[in-house]
Design a protein around this ligand. Sequence first.
Ligand code: HSE
Length: 415
Amino acid sequence: MRKQLTIGLFGFGCVGTGLYQVLNQSNLLDAKIKRIIVKNKAKKRIIAAEHFGYEASEILNDSEINVVVELINDSDEALIIVREALAKGKHVVSANKKLIAEHLDELIDLAKQNKVSFLYEASVAGSIPILRNLEEYYNNDTLSSVQGIVNGTTNYILTQSNYGVSYADALQKAQELGFAEANPTLDVDGFDSKFKLVLLIKHAFGLSILPENVFNYGIRQIKNQDVKYASEKDYRIKLFARAEKIGDKIIGFVAPHFIKKEHVAYQVDNEFNAVIVEASFSDRQLFLGKGAGSFPTASAVLSDISALQFDYQYEYRKSDKESNTEFTEDFYLKIYLASSDVDALKTIPFAQIDEIFQSKGYNYQTGYVKFSDLSKNNFNDLEKLFFAVLPEPFLNENEIVNSKQIKEDLINEIV
Ligand code: HSE
């Protein structure tokens, strides 16, 4: 039976306003927003002031409100609201990836103890229904990887740079369009993608990992020469979040990637996101959709609210099954490392060098590096260096040794 939902909404910014509008247009739902809590009394809004309140208790202490939708920017304040709402037996829908990634296990336990649902589809890749698919559809298949573009702001900036728009102008436009976080460093340095990746890893592989243990590198250090290198090779630069199974371990990180023309993400532009799922029986599948913006994100919030009518909750079945799964940084990947200063390239030890280029003011080398040697560095703050992952498979220690041997044998043959 459908449940009647009485909603208390926190936040009336880009997504909150969108939710109000899409909820009004959707007559399929037996749901009404009873109260909206906002911070700023003076701000002009699209609906009358009588709908708004300014104290969280107006929602949290209202026993008629059975659903709290949390859409505020401040993740510390949001945590207090979400904890209290769950503890008071209210279902919670949130889009706050930072808050959820940092406190997921605690919030899952709290929801269980209080027999309520905690849903957050809108927190990962905006309108793309990826979490529920990973939970339900891929429950019986063996997933091997989940990866893709999960940040609209950086994809917008990278796309606009192809049309000659400067980084600063593109970022400003992304802010105006409501794509960027209140603190856009979270977007451009890859933190936002990392929070989303943490949630993808939980729902794809059942593994709980804290964001502080996942490497993230964004797009701030990309120079013109790097873009030129990409276009000469027919690559595009995309910020990728990647989680993969290697043997019985999981790897995960966020970094710029060179994407080949044939890759399904090559044409994914502007605020569109793309999540690519690989599983043993279904093979490769692509989820494509708008990853940011008012209505696309609100549509995912609406879908969670709608699921609450039928008491839907995530079951985290993979967490029970695969609780022994470990996270690892023990693998090799092929990168392009560039710098204006040739000595700066020595910061990262290469296990195998494939190409070296040196000139005044621009130097690079390509080859395999051990991931744990990369992740020791805070690349977001290393202004002299830029790296991007090249489209080559990851290798393990043995494969690196073998590949080096094959190269040496070839050289010896030629000599
Ligand atoms: N700042 C985020 C993005 C918003 O650009 O993708 C949606 O999560």
